[in-house]
Write a protein that binds this ligand. Structure first.
Ligand SMILES: NC(=O)C1=CN([C@@H]2O[C@H](COP(=O)(O)OP(=O)(O)OC[C@H]3O[C@@H](n4cnc5c(N)ncnc54)[C@H](O)[C@@H]3O)[C@@H](O)[C@H]2O)C=CC1
Ligand SMILES: CC(C)CC(=O)C(=O)O
Ligand SMILES: [Mg+2]
Length: 348
């Protein structure tokens, strides 16, 4: 008899529910032996307008009882910026201690990259973004708001505990990849306190991983090299903000934001990990069946891999690779058609 997996599903806002439906379709097609015991959570703008809630404590406690979470995207123009992003998405990441935000950047064969020098042979890197600290904690404040004397501060928190655990995870990733290279991306020439902690922590761990080559890049130069020499990178470890920014850039060089997947991982398994596309709720195309569900589908593959279904995850990745390599010159498909096509390849 197959296994039952308890899955919390949070479609969220905008294109979130549209792409999540396709990810679930493909997930089910890839795992006929698994019973997916799904719970749909109505969280996001609709609930906020109806009740004023973003993530009630009772719902958070219920979500904790699941094996994993599949999330679409959060944020809507009808809600003040930050309310849902902080109150729902970041609250989930922080409360469930998703300290690893894993974001592969991979150019599939046959996919056009917009790079100036043409499409390189390979782009295959993994960004390990810290997920619970940095400037995203919400620390800071505002004085004299709305006056010409207004002062706003937004503090970046970097603890040794937080940096060490994510850097160790990144070293372990690098040690298990063929190129065994780890690049720390920061801005230690200006952010001297935080940058110094990151550099010392990474250098302090390096002797434990003698097979891994360690490199440092300032985030501005790294952004340039993403475009000019993406093959330089294997595993990148970086803070919450830099990781957020460079992974949209990573998505762009690897075929577009519609293909970029991510996992918010709690490596110890104390709480369920959460899988979501890198993109947001894309209000500009919501409700038009125009969203590419591939990022959500690949996020479902990361979910499967995290739960130990590595062969099934590989099948999804292969189905996506085949699907995207045959896109050139074809007429545009709807969100549902792409999901159907990938699901058929997985099942077939
Ligand atoms: N993880 C999350 O839930 C995230 C939420 N957001 C929120 O989403 C909202 C919109 O943010 P934006 O800055 O516009 O970023 P976005 O990623 O939603 O959209 C940026 C651009 O990419 C396009 N795009 C995104 N996903 C696509 C897909 N699957 N297929 C085709 N095109 C796609 C959009 O149409 C838009 O033109 C905001 O409320 C923001 O705070 C933003 C990023 C992540
Ligand atoms: C909406 C933010 C909270 C997050 C974001 O842009 C991301 O995680 O990529
Ligand atoms: Mg982002």
């Amino acid at each position: 008899m197959g296994k039952t997996v308890k899955l919390a599903v949070i479609g969220g806002d905008g294109i979130g529910p549209e792409v999540t439906a396709e990810a679930l379709k493909v997930l089910r097609a890839a795992t006929p032996e698994v019973t997916w015991d799904t719970t749909d959570y109505d969280l996001g703008a609709r609930r906020y307008h109806a009740t004023g809630e973003t993530l009630p404590d009772t719902v958070l406690e219920e979500i904790r009882g699941h094996d994993a979470i599949l999330l679409g995207a959060v944020g809507d123009p009808s809600v003040p910026s930050g309310v849902l992003e902080r109150g729902l998405l970041l609250r989930l990441r922080f409360e469930l201690d998703h300290y690893v935000n894993l974001r592969p950047v991979r150019l599939y064969p046959g996919v056009a990259s917009p790079l100036a020098k043409g499409t390189p042979e390979t782009i295959d890197m993994v960004v390990v973004r810290e997920g619970t600290e940095g400037p995203y904690t919400g620390a800071g404040g505002v004085m004299r708001r709305g006056t010409p004397q207004e002062i706003a501060t937004q503090e970046s928190y970097n603890t040794y505990f937080g940096v060490e655990r994510v850097a160790r995870y990144a070293f372990e990733q690098a040690a298990n990849r063929p190129r065994r290279k780890l690049t720390l991306v920061h801005k230690n020439n200006v952010l001297t306190y935080a940058g110094d902690l990151w550099v010392r922590t990474v250098n302090g761990l390096a002797p434990e991983f003698p097979s891994v080559t360690v490199e440092y890049q300032h985030v501005d130069a790294a952004s340039m090299f993403f475009v000019t020499q993406p093959e330089r990178f294997d595993v990148i470890v970086t803070d919450n903000l830099f990781g957020d920014i460079i992974t949209d850039l990573g998505a762009a060089i690897a075929g577009g934001i519609g293909l970029a997947a991510s996992g918010n991982i709690n490596p110890a398994g104390t709480f369920p990990s959460m899988f979501e596309p890198v993109h947001g709720s894309a209000p500009d195309i919501a409700g038009q069946s125009k969203a590419d569900p591939t990022a959500a589908i690949l996020s479902a593959a990361l979910l499967l891999s995290h739960l130990g279904y590595t062969a099934e995850a590989g099948q999804i990745e292969q189905a996506v690779a085949d699907d995207v390599s045959e896109r050139g010159g074809r007429s545009a498909r709807t969100t549902g058609e792409i999901g159907d096509d990938v699901a058929k390849r997985v099942a077939g």
